[in-house]
Structures are given as structure tokens and as C-alpha cells.
Design a protein around this ligand. Structure first.
Ligand SMILES: Cc1cc2nc3c(=O)[nH]c(=O)nc-3n(C[C@H](O)[C@H](O)[C@H](O)COP(=O)(O)OP(=O)(O)OC[C@H]3O[C@@H](n4cnc5c(N)ncnc54)[C@H](O)[C@@H]3O)c2cc1C
Length: 416
């Protein structure tokens, strides 16, 4: 029996792989999607139980299908998000083969295309699209204590408060994951220390419109490049509990102790940089900046959106801001667990080296790799700020599918 051959092989069936399959199908490109686990696996098993989408149902979806059973302004639970992508793939009969992992892609010698080694044999493909995700490998920074006798997990491994040993918890990182996990633990009656770094914190809603709408009309989802120096700025938003603006002072008044960046551990103590107040104030400035931009948009467009001065309310500084905790004796504070909500890295070492730069990062222009025949979808800032998000990846996938279809046309001409 000969080897299986396919024109275009898509690796990964998260939202990026599903979107890619839809656009390739529309463009008439024969293709196959290989997924090592299940469709939208990361939404199923690598996120905490109570997670809901950060954006409302009308926004965080593909154009061709609405969320069944949810109002447009509701925030969809993560399991329903996974089911949505499964239903979406079924809708157009996407050729997805689950339970097959791609191990290595090498350029075919003396001919076009690639040899693809998988957990289920070898496939030959003219093109390979990597849709393996923007957030692949949990990163725990080297400062993590080694033998402190603490329960330590990354946010990707956190499921619910019951999973943790009794006692207080230090949550490191206050982007969308860290801040929501800290809030959940605090509500569950745990003592929580939350280590806060640089962050943006848009209002959940303003003048009757969700922030995702404001970012849309203000053109901010379409920004083509990250502002210099903002690589380590996280975004603190949440759809939990019906969707609320993240307000660090409010969380502190509810019992969470905020601390600065986690710098070191030693002799049973955690050490935090004296950065908390600066970061909270910068987060406030970010919020106010968005409110200002929204107000200016309303003026410019003569829009009838009700004023909302309460959105500018700033609560009194909590004690942990007035007297920042710079050192925490973990045993004395009863801390038994650390949750590292410190982000992710990527691994593309299975692709031909020409597709990667010296640091192993993809070399590409809007998803079209420097290595002919290799493509990427779903990467951060692939074409714009929205590229990793559900609605953004769908548009990027269309561009990549267009590119593939055009290439195929050139080759067909030669055949004739
Ligand atoms: C906590 C969290 C919450 C988020 N919430 C939202 C939100 O509310 N709204 C929003 O728009 N975005 C959200 N995002 C961002 C983004 O939508 C998700 O990260 C999404 O999972 C990215 O989809 P993807 O298809 O690009 O990658 P992934 O979902 O990571 O999918 C990649 C797939 O590839 C498979 N795979 C990997 N390697 C291989 C291989 N070698 N062979 C075969 N298969 C492989 C994996 O099993 C996986 O199924 C969130 C991200 C996180 C981390």
C-alpha cells in the first residue's frame, strides 16, 4: 500500500484548524486536519472548570454560526465553546482526523512538498499549515521555589479550588487567568495573595456597550503591531459572574492581598518588587484612556449612548497598596500552594528549520512562512491584535487559504 498523500495538511483542530478547514474547503483545496487529541482540546482540558469566554456570545464566535441556547450578551462556558467548534466542523463536514499527532515535517528531497511523520504513519503533503495554538507550553519562571514543600501548578493545570491543599494560595500573574483564578479562590473562602504586574484593564462595558465593541469601533482590534515596550503587559478582563470590570482595589477590599512582581524565594520567604502601586496606577490610566477614547468617539459620531460617570470612580487605596508587602513568610502566612498564571511558550521544532528564526519563532508574513509551503494560523499578532481570538483567526485563515488557492492556480497553469 502506498503512502497517504494530501494537498494541504493542517496540524491542530482548535478554532484555528477548524477555520482553516472551512476556508480551504470553500477554495476547493483538498486537505486533511490532524488533531492529536479532540477538536478544541485546549478549551476542554487545559482550562479551569468555571471559565467562560472573555467576550460575549455575539462577538466571540465565527460568522457562520451562533451559540445555541445563549443570549447575545451572555458569556459562554468553556465546554460549550468546545462543543461549538465541534458543531461548526460538523456543519461543513470538515475532514478532521482526531487522535493523530504530527511528530515531524521535513522537506521532500528532489520534489515538492513535505514528508510528515505522524503517530499513525507517514503522510505526504504539498503544503503544511500549523494551527497548533498561540499558547502551547505552560511557562513557570525560574524563580519558582524548588523544594519548598508547596503545591505548585500552572494556571493550565488549575481546575477548581477543591484541587488545592487547604491553606492560603499565592497566585502569580494577574492577567485574565490569574485574576479570575484569584477571585474564584477568594470567593471559595481561601486567603489569596495575588502578584500583580503590568496590565491593561479595559472596562467590561461603558455607556451600554461591551469593551469588545469599543475595541472594534475604535479600530483597536485591528492594530497591526504591538506598541513597543508592551510585550509583558497582560490584559485583565473577565466574563465571570455575568461580566465585571476588573478592579484590583475592589478585589483587595474583598480580601485579596495584592503584591508586586514576584522576584525571588529564599529561606521560606517570597520576595516581591515594590511595583504594585505603579502597576495599579498604570492600569487605571489604561482604563481611563479607553473611556476618554470612547467619549471622543461618541462626540464625533453624535451617538446616543448614555453618559456613565460612575465608570471613572476610583475606590480608596486598600491597605496592601498603602503598606506594600515586599516579603512574605510563606509558612507564617499559611501558604500551601502557588498557582503560576505566567503565560505560555510555543514549540515549532517539528517544522522545517527554514520556517523558524534563530530563536525558534515562526518566520512569516501574515501566516505565509519564509519556508515555501509552510503556513501558520492562530499566532499572536499574525496580522493584527485580534489574531489569536476566535473571530480574528477566522479572517486570518481566509487570507492563508487564499494564498494557498492562488499558489495552486500557478501550478495548474504549468500542468496545462
Ligand atoms: C485561559 C484562556 C482563555 C481564553 N479565552 C478566550 C476567549 O474568551 N475568547 C477568545 O476569542 N479567545 C480566548 N482565548 C485565546 C484563544 O482563543 C485560545 O487560546 C484558543 O484556544 C486558540 O485556538 P487555536 O486553535 O489557535 O489553538 P489551540 O486551541 O491551542 O488548538 C491547537 C490544537 O492543536 C493540537 N495540536 C498541537 N500540536 C499538535 C500536533 N503536533 N499534532 C496534532 N495536533 C496538535 C492541540 O491538541 C490543539 O487542539 C483564551 C486563551 C486562554 C489561554
Amino acid at each position: 500500500m502506498g503512502r497517504e498523500m494530501i494537498d494541504t495538511l493542517v496540524v491542530g483542530a482548535g478554532q484555528a484548524g477548524v477555520a482553516m478547514s472551512e476556508h480551504l474547503g470553500r477554495a476547493g483545496v483538498p486537505h486533511l486536519v490532524l488533531e492529536r487529541a479532540r477538536i478544541a482540546e485546549r478549551w476542554r482540558s487545559e482550562r479551569w472548570d468555571s471559565l467562560v469566554a472573555n467576550g460575549p456570545a455575539w462577538h466571540d464566535r465565527f460568522p457562520g454560526l451562533e451559540f445555541e441556547g445563549f443570549g447575545p450578551d451572555e458569556f459562554v462556558p468553556k465546554d460549550k465553546v468546545a462543543e461549538y467548534f465541534e458543531a461548526y466542523a460538523k456543519k461543513f463536514d470538515a475532514p478532521i482526523r482526531c487522535g493523530v499527532e504530527v511528530k515531524k515535517v521535513t522537506r521532500r528531497e528532489g520534489g515538492p512538498g513535505f514528508i510528515v511523520e505522524t503517530s499513525d504513519g507517514v503522510i505526504e503533503a504539498n503544503r503544511v499549515v500549523s494551527a497548533t495554538g498561540p499558547f502551547q507550553k505552560p511557562v513557570i519562571p525560574p524563580v519558582a521555589p524548588r523544594d519548598a514543600g508547596l503545591y505548585q501548578i500552572h494556571s493550565a493545570g488549575y481546575h477548581n479550588p477543591e484541587q488545592l491543599p487547604d491553606g492560603a494560595v499565592l497566585v502569580v500573574g494577574a492577567g485574565s487567568s490569574g485574576v479570575q483564578i484569584a477571585d474564584e479562590l477568594n470567593r471559595a473562602g481561601r486567603k489569596v495573595y495575588l502578584s500583580v504586574g503590568a496590565h491593561d484593564r479595559p472596562p467590561r462595558a461603558y455607556r451600554g456597550r461591551d469593551f469588545v465593541w469599543w475595541l472594534g469601533v475604535l479600530g483597536l482590534w485591528d492594530l497591526e503591531a504591538m506598541a513597543p515596550g508592551t510585550e509583558h503587559v497582560t490584559i485583565a478582563v473577565s466574563g465571570a459572574y455575568g461580566g465585571k470590570t476588573i478592579d484590583f482595589r475592589e478585589l483587595a477590599h474583598q480580601g485579596i492581598t495584592l503584591v508586586g512582581l514576584t522576584e525571588a524565594f529564599g529561606n521560606g520567604k517570597a520576595h516581591f518588587a515594590n511595583t504594585l502601586n505603579d502597576n495599579i496606577r498604570r492600569g487605571d490610566e489604561n482604563l481611563m484612556g479607553l473611556l476618554d477614547a470612547a467619549d471622543a468617539w461618541v462626540m464625533r459620531n453624535g451617538a446616543d449612548l448614555p453618559e456613565e460617570p460612575a465608570a471613572r470612580r476610583v475606590l480608596a487605596d486598600p491597605d496592601c497598596m498603602k503598606n506594600p508587602v515586599l516579603e512574605l513568610d510563606l509558612a507564617a502566612a499559611g501558604v500551601t500552594a502557588i498557582i503560576w498564571a505566567t503565560g505560555y511558550a510555543t514549540d515549532f521544532s517539528w517544522l522545517p528549520s527554514g520556517a523558524l528564526d534563530a530563536k525558534g519563532k515562526p518566520r512569516h508574513q501574515r501566516g505565509v512562512s519564509a519556508e515555501p509551503g509552510v503556513y501558520f494560523v492562530g499566532l499572536p499578532w499574525l496580522s493584527r491584535r485580534g489574531s489569536t481570538f476566535i473571530w480574528g483567526v477566522w479572517h486570518d485563515a481566509r487570507h492563508v487559504a487564499d494564498h494557498i488557492a492562488t499558489q495552486r492556480k500557478y501550478l495548474e497553469y504549468r500542468k496545462g
